[in-house]
Design a protein around this ligand. Sequence first.
Ligand code: UD1
Length: 421
Amino acid sequence: MDKLLIRGGCPLHGEIRISGSKNSALPILAASLLSAEPIQLNNLPHLHDITTMLDLLGCLGAELTVGEKLTTQIDAANVNSFTAPYDLVKTMRASILVMGPLLSRFGEAQVAFPGGCAIGSRPVDIHLRGFEAMGADIVIEDGYINARAPVGGLRGATIFMETVTVGGTENLLMAAVLAKGETVLENAAREPEIVDLANCLVAMGARIEGIGSDTLRISGVDALHACDYTVMPDRIETGTYLAAAAATGGAIKLKQTDPRTLDAVLVKLEECGSDITTGDDWIELDSKGRRQRAVSVRTAPYPGFPTDMQAQFMALNTTAIGTAQVIETIFENRLIQTHEMNRMGAQISIEGNTALVNGVERLTGAPVMASDLRASASLVIAGLMAEGETVVDRIYHIDRGYECIEEKLQCLGANIRRISD
Ligand code: UD1
């Protein structure tokens, strides 16, 4: 199992390019199942989760052509299986996103029931209730969700989602584009990745109103066509490097990103004491080499502060001046990085869903264990700040979501390398 060896204490300086968004690419890849014509996708990130989704599409019978410069063509004309097997679903929960497209275009889908994961129980009840509202029959048997559309296909429906769910909104949106009649999705998630998916569906011929709002109105069409689409930049990768630069007292420029998707994060970084300058597709952060001020965050659905940035801000707060509250409202067990950070000298106490982070002068390097994707990134940030050597174990979590993380950090002057067993 690979590990990352970090010698901390170097402020990050320099420029890097941000990769395509993982959380946007995954539903967009699933959406390629909706068309019998080829979908060309650009700016896909090179990540394990993307490879898993491509494997899943291949296993359903889609033909994949991987071109140069992160371009991939998916031809789902000859899809001949409607089953997402347990082996793939267990490595990536987002496999559930093939359910909406399969059910909508082919009238049936069998997807292994995704289990819980390190950050919480993560049910899919809202996805399933939505499909049922559109006329699907859902049976759970032998660890699989078996879904079947009524004769004539899914029917449009008005669906109120009682919790704001990103995956639920995406799955039901994809199901609705080929359903008969109109679907209204109420209390829909508004994350930029949903806007990206909706824009791609529109490029394929879908009819969707209210994109970017919490009410999506979809008029079903008979078929979707070919398209060429470029996936948006990864806002969480962007935020992670910005937090790392602020935490190490550095100054960096991130290119090929989109500052408009990061308002809540940029405001907090300024509150910490960093200067932020943005252009159309770049962001510069200058911490002025200063120790940052503690900044409290409370996670919330977009446009609130993203849960996927919570752990990185906890890391930033460990050495900030003052005390910060980090409140996690989306997932029940997402403060898991706390214990590893305390082993590095941080002073963090937890009560319920709130972490109280008391800033200390410095962290000290230690062997630590990654437990999920964003928690791993926060341990890398802690390692970059710490005095001495930190070894982050189980970094397969990081490889699921950060393209070339050690190369990019080396480019920014970090002393980091991968050790393979
Ligand atoms: C997506 C992101 C993940 C991010 C999360 C919240 C991808 C691949 N993953 O995950 O990085 O942290 O959004 O921004 O895009 N819930 C239910 N019932 C459901 C569905 C969800 O109760 O049927 C609950 C979840 O347990 C959680 C909350 O709703 O407490 C939000 O989850 P959701 O937005 O669905 O997260 P994902 O789509 O799984």
